[in-house]
Design a protein around this ligand. Structure first.
Ligand code: BTN
Length: 227
């Protein structure tokens, strides 16, 4: 790790663990400093959003979790921008924080934390080298991969930390501007549990704006799908 990074040190690398987010949370509770990084080659119980699991073949994905002290409200969106910048100019963001290339999800982001203690764990899984055929059937249909070799994982981590340095402290207007430029949902008809409408961007609190039946709705969290 370069000495100029505030993110990525100290670093704990594990060949195998249950979940890097779990490890980083334990470390955060014990007082680990801002920027502490946990990486793993393999997770036995990787966590996804909405209580799902996140499973990738050993050594083929970037699996990392960072302890972030005093996180911004838009941390997960900001992280999505950083990942997209590292991945491809074609990368798009699907609210709240999937990173898509050609409509396929190449990265997922899971932010967990204790707002009252002013820390969060930022977990990122990026499919660097895996073959989509090697994923569990339930994720195969919508997943994508950068299609690189396993040796690309470490250099991509280095670049990602660099981009995260910038975006985790960026002002709200800059984050929203970048989200809008890469917004996969903007103007698209979408549906979610309990409704449907046309996505109209993200507000200053990170909520998805949806136009539905003449109303402007704000979705706080959850999952949306292209209708
Ligand atoms: C999603 O469901 O889209 C979020 C997936 C987040 C997966 C990453 S992999 C590294 C970190 N450790 C975990 O257990 N989850 C996150």
């Amino acid at each position: 790790m370069s000495a100029t990074h505030s993110l990525g040190l100290p670093r704990l690398h594990l060949r195998r663990t249950d979940s890097t987010n779990h490890r980083a949370r334990e470390m955060a509770v014990r007082g680990a400093p801002h920027g502490t990084l946990v990486t793993a080659s393999e997770q036995s119980a990787g966590r996804g959003r909405q209580g799902r699991t996140w499973s990738t073949p050993p050594g083929q994905a970037l699996l990392c979790s960072l302890v972030i002290r005093d996180p911004s409200r838009l941390l997960s969106l900001a992280a999505g921008i950083a990942v997209a910048e590292v991945v491809s100019p074609r990368a798009r963001l699907k609210w709240p924080n999937d990173v898509l290339v050609d409509g396929r999800k190449v990265a997922g982001i899971l932010v967990e934390g204790r707002p009252q203690e002013r820390w969060a764990v930022l977990g990122i899984g990026l499919n660097v080298a895996l073959r989509v055929e090697d994923l569990p059937p339930e994720t195969r249909a919508r997943a994508g991969s950068l299609g690189l070799g396993a040796e690309a994982v470490e250099p991509i981590l280095e670049r990602l930390l660099h981009h995260l340095e910038r975006w985790t402290v960026a002002d709200v207007d800059s984050v929203l501007d970048q989200v809008r430029r890469r917004d996969a949902l903007l103007g698209e008809r979408i549906r979610w549990l309990g409704g449907q409408g046309v996505a109209d961007g993200v507000d200053r609190a990170g909520r998805l704006v949806v136009l539905s039946g003449g109303h402007r709705l704000l979705l706080e969290a959850g999952e949306v799908h292209f209708a």
